[in-house]
Design a protein around this ligand. Structure first.
Ligand SMILES: C[S@@+](CC[C@H](N)C(=O)[O-])C[C@H]1O[C@@H](n2cnc3c(N)ncnc32)[C@H](O)[C@@H]1O
Length: 276
């Protein structure tokens, strides 16, 4: 199925906040998905992205995962990496809002790249540790430099294949509150990372998966995750998927959510009483 067909299928099944019964999900939509506030920290983060977008420095890339669908060069400029391998600004700001709203302490990211998404998830809760894993040494070096620039002292970057670094970091964290899985977009490794993280999770742990509709393989991984017996709620935003292990409703739920502005006819208007 092509990406367009995958999106049409998602769009057809998507709900807006006006059709949702769970108060937890409605407040998530209002405070995170449809939140338009510009936070004070955004200006430094946007400035850093602007600098990287113009950086012609070439890095030797050693991608241990599924890699880019379009660019296969071993040597790439920082500016081309920002364009094709890093989450766009609006997605990074979504991650910032999510962490800012839910305040998960022990956070982990698989796939650092240049460190832009790491910084967005770290800054809303600087006092708690943030762990991020990257397999490519030159990317990791650049990310560390970016962390220094924004005085991100509490980020620990582990360099190496996830198959080695993930078990070691999880053992160190002990109790995982949040994980963003954005590296090695293939079904079997994705499911393995999920299972490993689950072992260190608790009922309030939040899982965020990037690119769940990137390929048929990733869609299949997402479908398996939805069926997992420990999973109580999944939220499909098309570009990312959120997984929760507890929920304010009895039955398991899988919801596709789209901002109301893209499905305006799903809006419910309050009836005005004749006296109002
Ligand atoms: C999509 S990029 C991450 C983008 C980043 N999260 C952002 O939005 O700014 C995925 C990264 O995961 C790394 N990666 C993929 N597979 C890996 C593996 N098996 N072990 C370690 N790193 C891996 C790649 O080197 C790449 O930098």
């Amino acid at each position: 199925m092509s990406a367009i067909l995958r999106f049409i299928k998602f769009y057809w099944r998507s709900e807006t906040k006006h059709n949702i019964k769970s108060s937890f999900v409605v407040s998530l939509i209002e405070n995170v998905f449809e939140d338009n506030r510009t936070y004070y920290d955004f200006s430094a983060l946007r400035r850093l992205r602007n600098i990287l977008e113009q950086d012609n420095t070439k890095l030797k890339i050693n991608d241990l995962g599924a890699g880019s669908k379009t660019i296969k060069n071993k040597e790439r400029s920082i500016k081309s990496i920002v364009k094709s391998a890093v989450s766009p600004q609006w997605q990074c700001e979504f991650l910032f809002r999510l962490v800012h709203y839910l305040q998960p302490k022990n956070r982990l990211e698989l796939g650092t790249s240049l460190g832009l998404s790491s910084l967005h998830q770290y800054i809303p809760l600087r006092e708690a540790p943030f762990y991020t894993l990257e397999g490519c040494p030159s990317l990791a070096k650049t990310a560390k430099f970016n962390f220094k620039k924004l005085k991100a002292k509490n980020i620990e970057l582990c360099v190496g294949d996830f198959s080695k670094t993930l078990p070691a970091v999880l053992e160190k964290i002990e109790r995982l509150d949040y994980v963003f899985i954005d590296g090695n977009h293939q079904k079997s490794p994705t499911l393995s990372y999920f299972e490993q993280c689950l072992y260190y999770s608790h009922s309030d742990t939040i899982f965020v998966f990037d690119d769940i509709h990137w390929s048929a393989d990733m869609e299949s991984a997402w479908n398996d995750i939805k069926q997992h017996p420990k999973v109580k709620l999944t939220i499909d935003l098309f570009y990312m998927g959120l997984v929760f292990l507890s929920y304010d409703k009895e039955e398991k739920d899988h919801i596709n959510i789209i901002p109301t502005k893209y499905k305006p006819w799903k809006m419910k208007f309050k009836k005005l009483s004749p006296l109002s």
